[in-house]
Design a protein around this ligand. Structure first.
Ligand SMILES: *Cc1c(COP(=O)(O)O)cnc(C)c1O
Ligand code: SF4
Length: 308
């Protein structure tokens, strides 16, 4: 389960400021990564099974992942693709990209294309613009979504050239990966603001991580900081069963207690959906607490009411 190591200036500064802190824990290699639990897998969410051509994952009818490169400016130690990112030849070749676009063009049921990786915003603006222009030209693709950690880990990349590349006819949603309020530096806030001012709807995804953000107050601070910066928390992911990451994983019961502690007390804008990507490629499902059963509904204080 070898995983490459890389760091950006922004993350190096955050680690230096708090060497044992929540940012350091996410990026500094740890000997516990050598401990592989029996339930852990090389491909925890079954990307491989649903990959009809290189660079495409087609698990749900109306949307696909397109992974133009499998490299990132920093490598998160808990990454669910930790065994495939940062290897050599990590970018799709021109021929492979053509094959991926041929697949998209041949499948009219594809309504949304999600650029992920790796980190798509680690591509040069020129290459990104070329990919987005090709997506713009496929009539049945109506929505483009980009999942990225760049606005947090390398905010200087959110510059005029990148914003120009993101400007296409179709709506482009950007989902920012952010796990702790410490990651939202002044430079990151400026990057979020540039994206929002350019009219790009911003969402976030976070991973629930032991020792990083498995605390109701820490999550509340994170989600409030995101909303305050025009980013709507979208998903809180239960940590995937990637090999060598058990020191990061909470139980789902612990996760439910954490999201339950925010419900009712914290603005609905600050409530992401707590989701599990079912191991083996069976899809993402919400795994938050259930508030209704057999005609009885539970309020955020735990009191039970009969629903007529
Ligand atoms: C997570 C994921 C998506 C996106 O799912 P949403 O619930 O729409 O955010 C799409 N395809 C694959 C293969 C995924 O893993
Ligand atoms: S940015 Fe995303 S793909 Fe890259 S290492 Fe982190 S979790 Fe993995």
């Amino acid at each position: 389960m070898d995983q490459p190591f890389a760091i950006t200036e922004t993350i190096a500064e955050l680690i230096e400021a708090d060497p044992g802190g929540p940012v350091a824990r996410q990026f500094v290699p740890d000997t516990r990564e050598h401990e592989v639990a029996a339930e852990e897998r090389a491909d925890p969410i079954g990307d491989e099974r649903f990959s009809p051509v290189k660079g495409i994952v087609h698990r749900y009818p109306d949307r696909v992942l397109l992974k133009p490169l499998l490299a990132c400016p920093v490598y998160c130690r808990f990454c669910f693709r930790r065994e495939v990112v940062g290897k050599k030849d990590s970018t799709l070749s021109a021929k492979e990209l053509d094959a991926a676009f041929a697949y998209l063009a041949a499948h009219p049921e594809i309504w949304e294309v999600i650029l992920t990786g790796g980190d798509p915003l680690a591509l040069s603006p020129r290459r990104l613009a070329a990919i987005l222009a090709r997506l713009d030209a496929i009539p049945h693709v109506e929505i483009v979504r980009i999942h990225t950690r760049v606005p947090v880990v390398d905010p200087k990349r959110i510059n005029a050239a990148l914003l120009a590349a993101l400007k296409i006819e179709k709506p482009v949603y950007v989902v920012i990966h952010c796990n702790h309020a410490d990651e939202i530096t002044a430079a990151a806030r400026r990057g979020f603001a540039r994206l929002a001012d350019a009219g790009i709807p911003l969402l976030s995804q976070s991973v629930l991580l032991k020792g990083v953000n498995d605390d109701a107050k820490i999550l509340e601070t994170l989600f409030r900081a995101l909303v305050r910066n025009r980013v709507k928390p979208y998903y809180l992911h239960h940590a995937d069963l990637a090999r060598g990451t058990s020191h990061f994983r909470t139980s789902i019961t612990e996760g439910q207690a954490l999201v339950g502690a925010l419900r009712g007390r914290v603005s609905g804008l600050c409530q992401p959906t707590y989701v599990l990507d079912i191991p083996g490629g069976h899809g993402k499902v919400p795994v938050g607490p259930s508030y209704f059963e057999d005609g009885r509904v539970i309020d955020p204080h735990g009191c039970v009411h009969v629903y007529p």
